[in-house]
Write a protein that binds this ligand. Sequence first.
Ligand code: GSH
Length: 101
Amino acid sequence: MNKVVNIVNTEHEKLPILYSLRNCPYAMRARMAIFKAKQTIQLRDVVLSNKPDEMIAASPKATVPVLVLNNGTVIDESLEVMLWALKETDLIIYCRVSITM
Ligand SMILES: N[C@@H](CCC(=O)N[C@@H](CS)C(=O)NCC(=O)O)C(=O)O
């Protein structure tokens, strides 16, 4: 199971932030990969008509999903978020197969 983050302590502040949108298929595939890979992130659901300034600063193209890592790296393509999530798991093999087909 993915770790449940207690938002009362400050541990969550060290986690990558995923700006997401519940009914966006690109954000869905990013979240599914993160879930399957058991990665722990802070999930920030956005409203497209009122995108957070921090998200636009991180990724001026302002589409979701956007993943901001602790080291400041920004991943703003859903496929790249999937590859980041799955890279430490056996699931990456299936991802590579489907990309090269
Ligand atoms: N190429 C992007 C496409 C993402 C995308 O187009 N997301 C839509 C929502 S499903 C979006 O953020 N649109 C911005 C807007 O409508 O303002 C990816 O795969 O990450």
